[in-house]
Write a protein that binds this ligand. Structure first.
Ligand code: ATP
Ligand code: MG
Length: 424
C-alpha cells in the first residue's frame, strides 16, 4: 500500500461529528447579523500581497511572519487572506459601495496565517466579521459591540466572556504618545525582552500588550495614551461608554489593549475568556477611520470586529453548550421483505414532500432487521419507521422510538406525516 497523504499541519478537516456544532454557531451568527440590518459580502480568498501590506502594516506580526505569500504563474505576488477587513474595504472601494454611503456588512470564511499550531490557533481558521462603514459617531461603535454581546447571549456563553475596551485616539494623538513611550522604553531598555526591544522602534505600542510579565512590570510607570487624547477622542469614548452602560453591557477598560493590526484608531475592543487556556481572545475589533482612504477610496469611517469560529466552537463544546443540538436525522426508514424497499423509497419521498424540513434517512443496501435497526440507532434518528410485509399489507407502519421511553406503535400510513411533523 502506498503511504497515505495527510492534511497540511494546522489545516483541519471539520468532521461530520463536528459540523453540526459549526452549523448551529454559523446559523446564530447569520441570524444575529441580520437582526441588526447587516448584509453579507463574500470576497475572494486570494488577494494581491500589497493589499495586506498596505492595510495591516509592514511591521505587524501578520505581515512580517504569518502570511502565505506566493508568486502567481505570471509573477504577481499573491497572498491567502490572513483576515477579512482589508478585502472587504478593497471590495467596497472597487464597487463604489463606500463612496458617500453607509454600509453594514458581514462576512464569514477561511483565513490563513502561518502560526505555530496549538489549541485554538491554526493555519487555516475561520472568521466571522462585521464591518460598518460611513458612520463616525459612537452610536455605531455601541451597536457593533452590542451585536457581539447578543451573539454570546444567543449561544449561551455570556457569563464566560469579558469585554475589554480601550481607545487608541487619533493618529496625531498616537504619534505624540509614541514619542513619549519610546523615550520611556529607552530608559528602561534593560528590563525589556528581545521582542520588545525590537518593537520599541518598529511598533512601540505593541510593547504595551506584551505577554511577558517582566515587560509588563517594566511598564508600570509608562506614560498613558489617554493623557494625549484631545477633546474629540475623549468625547467619543465617553459617549460610547454611556451607550454601553445604558444597554447594561459590562466592560473593563484595558489601557494596554492595542491590537496587532495598524489600521485601528479610537475604539478598540476584545472579548476574552478564560475557558480556552492560552488562546483567550474570541473576538476582536475596533474603528479604522483611515483605512478606506489608505486603500485608495474617498475617506470614510469604519468600525468592525472579527471572531474566531474555531474558538467559539471549542467554547461551546467544552462548556457543554452544544449537547442539545439536533442530530442529522429525524427518522430512519427500514424496509423488510419482498418489494418493501421499492415502497419505502416512494413513501420516504412522499413524507419529505409533506413535511419539508423533516430529515429522513432511507435504509439502503438491504439486510435483516437487526442490521437495519443498528444503522437506525447509529443515525441518531428519533424514530425508526418499519415497513415489513405485514405493515404494507395493512397500509401501516411500525413506529419504534429510538430515544426516550415511548412504546412501539402501529400507525396507518396516512398518519405518518403528522407524526413526523411533531418530531421537528
Ligand atoms: P491572537 O492574539 O490570538 O493571535 P489576533 O489579535 O492575531 O489574535 P485578530 O487578527 O484580531 O487576532 O483576529 C480575530 C480573531 O480571530 C481572534 O480573536 C481569534 O479568535 C481568531 N484568530 C486569530 N488568529 C487565529 C488562528 N491562528 N487560529 C484560530 N483563530 C484565530
Ligand atoms: Mg495573532
Amino acid at each position: 500500500m502506498s503511504k497515505a497523504i495527510q492534511a497540511i499541519r494546522g489545516m483541519n478537516d471539520c468532521l461530520p461529528s463536528e459540523t453540526n456544532v459549526w452549523q448551529m454557531v454559523e446559523e446564530v451568527l447569520r441570524r444575529v447579523a441580520s437582526n441588526y440590518g447587516f448584509a453579507e459580502i463574500r470576497m475572494p480568498i486570494v488577494e494581491s500581497t500589497a493589499l495586506f501590506k498596505r492595510s495591516i502594516g509592514e511591521v505587524t506580526d501578520i505581515v512580517e511572519k504569518e502570511m502565505y505569500t506566493f508568486d502567481d504563474r505570471n509573477g504577481d505576488s499573491l497572498t491567502l487572506r490572513p483576515e477579512g477587513t482589508a478585502s472587504c474595504v478593497r471590495a467596497g472601494n472597487q464597487h463604489g459601495l463606500l463612496y458617500n454611503q453607509e454600509q453594514r456588512l458581514w462576512y464569514m470564511g477561511p483565513m490563513f496565517r502561518h502560526e505555530r499550531p496549538q489549541k485554538g490557533r491554526y493555519r487555516q481558521f475561520h472568521q466571522f466579521g462585521i464591518e460598518a462603514f460611513g458612520i463616525s459617531t459612537p452610536d455605531i461603535d455601541a451597536e457593533v459591540i452590542m451585536l457581539s454581546a447578543r451573539l454570546w447571549k444567543e449561544l449561551g456563553i455570556s457569563e464566560f466572556v469579558t469585554l475589554e475596551l480601550n481607545s487608541l485616539g487619533s493618529s496625531d494623538e498616537r504619534a505624540a504618545y509614541r514619542d513619549a513611550l519610546v523615550a520611556y522604553l529607552e530608559k528602561h531598555e534593560d528590563k525589556l525582552d528581545e521582542d520588545s526591544k525590537r518593537r520599541m522602534h518598529t511598533n512601540p505600542l505593541r510593547v504595551l500588550d506584551s505577554k511577558n510579565p517582566d515587560v509588563q512590570a517594566a511598564l508600570v510607570d509608562a506614560p498613558k495614551l489617554s493623557d494625549y487624547f484631545g477633546e474629540e477622542t475623549t468625547a467619543h469614548f465617553t459617549q460610547l461608554k454611556t451607550y454601553l452602560d445604558n444597554a447594561g453591557i459590562k466592560y473593563v477598560i484595558n489601557e494596554r489593549l492595542v491590537r496587532g493590526l495598524d489600521y485601528y484608531n479610537r475604539t478598540v475592543f476584545e472579548w476574552v475568556t478564560d475557558s480556552l487556556g492560552a488562546q483567550g481572545t474570541v473576538c476582536a475589533g475596533g474603528r479604522y477611520d483611515g483605512l478606506v482612504g489608505q486603500l485608495g477610496g474617498k475617506d470614510s469611517p469604519g468600525i468592525g470586529f472579527a471572531l474566531g469560529i474555531e474558538r467559539l466552537v471549542l467554547m461551546m463544546t467544552s462548556l457543554e453548550k452544544a449537547n442539545n443540538i439536533r442530530p442529522q436525522v429525524d427518522a430512519y426508514v427500514i424496509a423488510l421483505g419482498e418489494g418493501a424497499d421499492l415502497q419505502a423509497i416512494n413513501l420516504a419521498e412522499q413524507w419529505r414532500d409533506a413535511v419539508p424540513s423533516i430529515r429522513i434517512q432511507n435504509h439502503c443496501g438491504g439486510g435483516n432487521m437487526k442490521k437495519q435497526m443498528k444503522r437506525a440507532d447509529k443515525s441518531g434518528a428519533q424514530v425508526a419507521l418499519i415497513l415489513g410485509e405485514d405493515e404494507l399489507a395493512n397500509q401501516q407502519v411500525t413506529v419504534k422510538y429510538l430515544r426516550g421511553q415511548h412504546e412501539q406503535q402501529s400507525l396507518p400510513l396516512v398518519q405518518v406525516a403528522s407524526l413526523l411533523a411533531e418530531l421537528i
